[in-house]
Write a protein that binds this ligand. Structure first.
Ligand code: ATP
Ligand code: MG
Length: 569
């Protein structure tokens, strides 16, 4: 945890920026800094991608360079424009701007094809006609070298002819592939004649039916970087073993620009999954309500939940860029949004599980307008008027008929403060035939307007409240961790179960009939508030006029800050 406590204000210093700084100083790449964020449009972006976005755009920004948004759309069967659109929305929302540099690997198909012919002509690529299974069998293992394909010695002319006919659509899927001719005995399996092109008669979301051969990621990626003049190609650690192939492609294709790849640790968060395949499974099997379900670790889910772009960028800065994998506590992400919203979110009062308190000595029909501070952290936010009247909603669990020792809130005969209003005393508990509490009666002390007693007497609790005659009614969604265990992936593997069996059945609780300050009914979707004593809440797009729906972003209890303080971090 300590290394996740870097002060957000400190300018980021990390090994990647050191490399870039040295390159700029030495005039490498002509002093230019060009990075790219290269998502494959086969899913929505998640918080791990946010880290990559912050690194790619952040490094470019720090050195006066540029960052391209490049869609790595080389797998037609898994990709979709819905994903392209969501990715653009999410990157923009995070606060980054790619200007006019929106690129697609599919825009380079012709150029990539020409590079491939060049490799064939040089004798460093060949058409293999083994089946996928046979290729796998020939590949060898970590301890045994692979074996050459019988087609490895095909001549240049035959290879060119076959490759052109592959492109022309003469062959069925899986009958031939183009492979790099490198070294079947390489200790690095990625270098054992990797496949560069495969035949796939599939419709592509951008190129339509123009192509029936598609380049592999490991081939398309370095060459797309080179075509764009990328200087520093930043990616996650799982690509370390692919770097020799990255360099091989650049070298053999003899590209004008020579980008270099650098790898940093991916972001791992506890209590969630981050593989796009698994997120897609959660959506497809309806374990969640879409990619933007507020329990998802997706950017769209976090946005709907009420996270701010600032809090996510702050989180990414604190997590930092390192070479060692670790797991970050979800509590840190929540801490970041609390800090941000504490500064910015206006306060409001809302009663989630209402219980009526009737003040029997308060004049019937009287309404007072209490002055309430909108945000104690932000004097510029000003004050507002909140109605007070004879019947008040308070929180059901702020009352106990027979309170244990440590319960200081309302109880029979006890006086508490209604925040910004009066001191009130409970005088009577009204029950229904079954004995359930349906209402409280009490009295207020008219001399305590604003909440303080002139005689200086103290009360031990301050409650939030809403005037019953004025309250709006709405729904509130409370969220908990999506999974019951810290490491859903690892636990599922260990127990031999599907990870979806570890979903927390209590991850969503919907409360209807919540009583809200009237102004909350008019707030637009996306507006955030602190509900006094309850946490931060955000208006959900499911709201309709007169029927607001709020998502709880986080409660007020900051577990991460406590842990960090205890560890002296
Ligand atoms: P897959 O390739 O399995 O579909 P992916 O998460 O790697 O999933 P990409 O679209 O290839 O998806 O990722 C785009 C960029 O985001 C890549 O540069 C990748 O390294 C980076 N990235 C993905 N996941 C993380 C993560 N958890 N932390 C940091 N960066 C990540
Ligand atoms: Mg990837």
């Amino acid at each position: 945890m300590p290394d996740a406590n870097v002060k957000a204000e400190a300018p980021p210093q990390d090994f990647i920026r050191e490399i870039v700084r040295a390159d700029v100083a030495a005039g490498r790449h002509g002093g230019r800094v060009v990075t790219r964020f290269p998502p494959e449009p086969n899913g929505y972006l998640h918080i791990g991608h946010a880290k990559a976005v912050c690194v790619d755009f952040g490094v470019a920004d720090d050195f006066g360079g540029t960052c391209n948004l490049r869609f790595d759309d080389t797998n037609p069967v898994k990709e979709d424009v819905e994903y392209v659109d969501s990715i653009k929305e999410d990157v923009r929302w995070l606060g980054f701007d790619w200007g006019d540099r929106e690129f697609y690997a599919s825009d380079y198909y012709e150029q990539l094809y020409r590079y491939a012919e060049h490799l064939i002509e040089k004798g460093v690529a060949y058409v293999d006609s083994l089946s996928a299974d046979e290729i796998r069998e020939h590949r060898g293992t970590l301890t045994e070298p692979g074996q050459d394909s019988p087609f490895r010695s095909r001549g240049v002319e035959e290879n060119l002819d076959l490759f052109r006919r592959m492109r022309a659509g003469e062959f069925a899927d899986g009958t031939h592939v183009l492979r790099a001719k490198i070294d079947m005995a390489s200790p690095n399996i990625n270098m054992r004649d990797p496949v560069l092109y495969r035949i796939r008669h599939a419709h592509h979301h951008r190129t339509g039916d123009e192509w029936c051969i598609y380049p592999m990621y490991d081939y398309a990626h370095p060459l797309s970087d080179a075509i764009e003049g990328v200087t520093h190609s930043l990616c996650t650690l799982e690509y370390v073993d692919h770097r020799p192939l990255y360099d091989w492609c650049i070298e053999q294709a003899e590209t004008e620009h020579q980008p270099k790849q650098y790898e940093f640790a991916r972001l791992n968060l506890n209590y969630t999954v981050m593989s796009k395949r698994k997120l897609l499974q959660l959506v497809a099997q309806e374990h969640v309500d879409g990619w933007d379900d507020p329990r998802m670790p997706t950017i769209s889910g976090l946005r709907r939940r009420g996270f701010t772009p600032e809090s996510i960028r702050d989180f990414c800065t604190r997590v930092g860029v390192a070479k060692k994998e670790n797991v970050i506590d979800m509590g840190l992400l929540e801490h970041c949004v609390r800090e941000d919203l504490n500064r910015r979110a206006p306060r409001a009062m809302a009663v989630l599980r209402p219980l009526k308190l009737v003040l029997t000595n308060y004049p019937e029909g009287q309404v007072e307008h209490m002055d309430v501070v909108n945000n104690p952290e932000d004097p510029a936010a000003g004050t507002r008027k909140v109605e007070f009247s004879r019947e008040i909603w308070i929180e059901r669990d702020d009352f106990m008929e027979d309170p244990p020792k440590k319960f200081f809130r309302l109880a029979p005969g006890r006086e508490v403060r209604l925040r910004n209003a009066y001191l009130v005393t409970c005088t009577e508990v009204v029950k229904d035939a079954s004995g359930a509490i349906v209402e409280l009666r009490g009295t207020y002390d008219p001399a305590t307007r604003g909440g303080d007693a002139p005689d200086g007497r103290k009360v031990k609790a301050t409650l939030h409240w809403v005037s019953a005659a004025h309250a709006a009614t709405g729904a509130v969604r409370l969220y908990d961790r999506l999974f019951t265990v810290e490491d859903p992936d690892g636990t599922a593997t260990k127990r031999g179960v599907d990870f979806t069996t570890l979903i927390n059945p209590a991850s969503l609780e919907v409360l209807e009939g919540c009583k809200l300050e009237p102004m909350l009914a008019e707030a637009r979707p996306g507006t955030r508030f602190q509900f006094e004593r309850l946490g931060y809440f955000c208006v959900d797009p499911d709201s309709s006029p007169g029927a607001p729906v709020f998502n709880r972003t986080v409660s007020l209890k900051d577990t991460w800050a406590k842990v960090a303080a205890r560890e002296g971090a």
